[in-house]
Design a protein around this ligand. Structure first.
Ligand code: DUC
Ligand code: ZN
Ligand code: ZN
Length: 467
């Protein structure tokens, strides 16, 4: 079955031109101006941008906080209608189990036959007693070439100490596995959390008060130093504050392979959202915490300058009513995380491209091309070119959308961007050549998504020379 997308404006991370895309089965087989080709189906993209499907390298469909779990892969139709065709999920190593078995089992039980977009996985080291460091060399073969460690969350089973980070890096660097960190100082947060509660400050706003920028800056600098010690590349997830960006910039200037991302909510929301009345602030409890306007401005500059290389959603779907309210009397019990996979693409187009902060090429690079490369998917995903998967979004820039949870598919009882105006609309989405969104509506099927094996030596290893 072939398809020809005609008359659109094709945008990649490198260029923009009026042209056509020919698809044979699941793959793009030709891209060019006025292609002289016949196809079983012709899609007219006049007036629309033809963009690579989004790659969201940071989502949580299995995260648990104090025993309460987020919505899972059954909500990935939300990613599809939002223009994202690949998601990369963080999977906890189960206690007493290996990393690969933990991901394999989760994949079989909760993802295969369920996901509506393509997917890949990052492992999370949580149990160092299982020979997990020796297992790292086997991750490339399994197709899981990225591993995260949590520097935050003192006392929780997924917290990782510096020695675990160093040991993981020393194994990872030899086999092209990328180590990622959630960089926040767990001890310092604990001191401030206890102080806030002792002083009777228990509302959602104190989540941010107890996690000031310095806790992120310190952990980011420490993680960079551990990477230097281990002579390994490093990827810092969800960078939210100026000084953490500066630490990454300094490391890059020294020639180190240190990279990082930020997330939509750090660009568009801030600490004042946590102060919303009637416990509404709990909707914005995520970690790191939301920051100030100056940080937001600096993060926009950072993605424009390339100091941070991707924008993710850090999607984490907890309900406000039944789950966030676990922390009604103590912010420490509010599950950390906010939904966002459905809106990342449209918001970045609106406030990034239309807002004059980034070019269209940078938009594609930040939401699709580079996230694919970071995670060893760069030969299949994130680009409109011959041989790539036909994951394509037709985006109509003339339409307007007001974001509302009433029309959202994320399966959560609120939307962090309620009322935000979006310029442009995702009209059609193709996933490996199949139309899964038409006229803005999901028309695919449960289980349409496939596992995409990540390859080792992702972007963090470009230019990395082991000493
Ligand atoms: N922070 C969040 O806000 N959600 C999921 C995990 C995390 O570290
Ligand atoms: Zn995190
Ligand atoms: Zn996260």
């Amino acid at each position: 079955m072939s398809k020809l997308i005609k008359n659109g404006t094709i945008v990649t991370a490198l260029e923009e031109f009026k042209g056509d895309v020919l698809i044979e089965g699941e793959k793009i087989v030709a891209v060019g101006e006025k292609l002289d080709a016949k196809a079983d189906e012709v899609i007219d993209a006049k007036g629309m941008y033809v963009l690579p499907g989004g790659v969201d390298q940071h989502v949580h469909f299995s995260f648990e906080f104090n025993g309460s779990k987020v919505r899972g892969f059954e909500t990935t139709n939300a990613a599809a209608v939002g223009g994202t065709t690949t998601v990369i999920e963080f999977v906890n190593q189960e206690q007493g189990k290996g990393l690969i078995d933990s991901i394999d089992d989760y994949r079989k039980e909760s993802v295969e036959g369920v996901s509506m977009v393509d997917y890949s996985f990052h492992g999370i080291i949580t149990d160092t007693t299982t020979g997990v460091f020796d297992e790292i060399e086997k991750l490339p073969e399994a197709g899981y070439p990225t591993v995260k460690l949590f520097m935050a969350y003192k006392g929780m089973f997924f917290h990782a100490d510096d020695d675990a980070i160093a040991k993981a890096m020393m194994k990872a660097r030899d086999v092209g596995v990328t180590i990622m960190v959630h960089a926040e100082n767990a001890e310092l947060i604990d001191v401030l959390q206890k102080q806030c509660v002792e002083e009777g400050n228990t509302g959602p706003y104190y989540h941010a008060v107890s996690r000031p920028p310095i806790v992120e800056t310190e952990a980011t600098e420490r993680a960079i130093n551990i990477a230097k010690f281990a002579d390994a590349p490093l990827y810092v997830v969800h960078v939210s504050t100026q000084k953490a960006v500066d630490a990454i910039k300094r490391a890059q200037a020294e020639g180190l392979s240190i990279y990082g991302e930020t997330c939509t909510h750090y660009l568009l929301l801030d600490k004042s959202d946590l102060a919303k009345e009637n416990f509404e602030g709990a909707k914005y409890v995520c970690s790191p915490a939301l920051r100030e306007q100056e940080d937001r401005d600096y993060l926009w500059k950072s993605i424009e300058k390339g100091w941070l290389n991707s924008v993710s959603s850090d999607h984490c779907g907890f309900d406000w009513e039944n789950q966030k309210h676990m922390g009604k009397d103590d912010f420490r019990n509010i599950p950390n995380g906010a939904p966002g996979m459905e809106n990342r693409f449209g918001l970045m187009w609106t406030y990034g491209v239309e807002g004059g902060k980034i070019s269209k090429q940078q938009f594609v690079d930040l939401v699709s091309t580079t996230p694919a490369k970071n995670n060893g998917l760069g030969d299949r995903k994130g680009h409109i070119g011959v041989g790539y998967d036909a994951d394509i979004v037709l985006y109509d820039p003339s339409k307007k959308v007001t974001i509302s949870n009433e029309t959202s598919l994320q399966g959560v009882d609120y939307n962090s961007y309620e009322g935000f105006e979006q310029k442009g609309k995702v009209e059609k989405v193709l996933l490996r050549g199949n139309i899964i969104v038409d006229d803005g509506k999901f028309v695919g099927e449960k289980g349409d998504g496939e596992f995409i094996k990540g390859k080792p030596y992702g972007l963090c290893y470009e230019g990395y020379n082991k000493k």
